[in-house]
Ligand binder design. Structure first.
Ligand code: KIV
Ligand code: NA
Length: 265
């Protein structure tokens, strides 16, 4: 199979073909996501919530991200693997950003990293790019700044924040990012940003005009019954499927239905 590179991702935008992206944090699910034809697999710091049960993405460590990334890279034959630099591993110190990115690339074998923020992290992104590590930007609702925002509500509804986001997006393109995630912003702003940039925008809760879409795999699969924001389309009810299967197993064990003679040695 032909590998998806950052260049292929940029070509998809030039051709007007939408880009599909999903998260994965482990070997078994990353294999399925890759084989199903997704172009970008993000080892997101949402693993902090989804895998570890934390309330925010802030607690996950660089070592933990590298463990997830290593597992995903072992599974992936085709997709571009992007890994989130976790909170505290790149902000405000470009040397530390470079060290963190190099650890991810060396120890996991991933193909690129993602960093949240605009002007505030410009120097860190430039430093990582200068080492030859492709960087995906991330603007709008950037969850590592949740304590600054105070809420998971839609960002950039007002003109000043929208203007800053547009300037940040252009800056990220100018310094050499290969794509930028736009999270939870008005659809009209997504359209404006996507038109202004030659690099692709990848939206989540950002409307239909982003050049690509990304979702958290576990959300798309409906594993968490309670989590249903407006932007989320659930393509399966794994909460129901998994619960039924496990309850059936428990019943069979109690009723001495499992294992059968045929399932014994
Ligand atoms: O960590 C994550 O899952 C993400 C995507 C939702 C963009 O950053
Ligand atoms: Na993330």
């Amino acid at each position: 199979v032909k590998r998806i590179t950052t260049h292929v991702i940029q070509e998809l935008k030039s051709k007007g073909e939408k880009i599909s992206a999903l998260t994965a944090y482990d070997y078994s699910l990353a294999r399925l996501v890759d084989a199903a034809g997704v172009e970008i697999i993000l080892v997101g710091d949402s693993a902090s919530n989804v895998m570890a049960g934390h309330e925010t993405t802030l607690p996950i460590t660089l070592d933990q991200m590298i463990y997830h990334a290593t597992s995903v890279v072992r599974a992936v034959k085709r997709a571009l693997v992007v890994v989130d630099l976790p909170f505290g591993s790149y902000q405000g110190n470009s040397s530390e950003a470079l060290r963190s990115a190099i650890r991810i690339m060396k120890e996991s074998g991933a193909h690129s990293v993602k960093m949240e923020g605009g002007l505030e992290v410009r120097e860190s992104i430039i430093r990582v790019l200068s080492a030859g590590v492709p960087v995906m930007g991330h603007l709008g609702l950037t969850p590592q700044s949740i304590y600054k925002f105070g809420t998971y509500a839609v960002r950039a509804k007002e003109e000043t924040e929208a203007q800053k986001l547009l300037e940040d997006a252009k800056m990220l393109e100018d310094i050499g990012c290969f794509a930028v995630v736009l999270e939870k912003i008005p659809a009209a702003l997504t359209q404006q940003v996507s038109q202004s940039l030659t690099i692709p925008t990848i939206g989540i809760g950002a409307g239909p005009d982003a050049d690509g879409q990304i979702l958290v795999l576990h959300d798309l699969l409906g594993i968490n019954k309670e989590f249903k924001p407006r932007f989320l389309r659930r393509y399966a009810d794994l909460h129901g499927v998994i619960t039924q299967a496990i309850e059936h197993y428990v019943d069979d064990v109690k009723d001495r239905e499992f294992p059968s003679k045929e399932e014994a040695y």
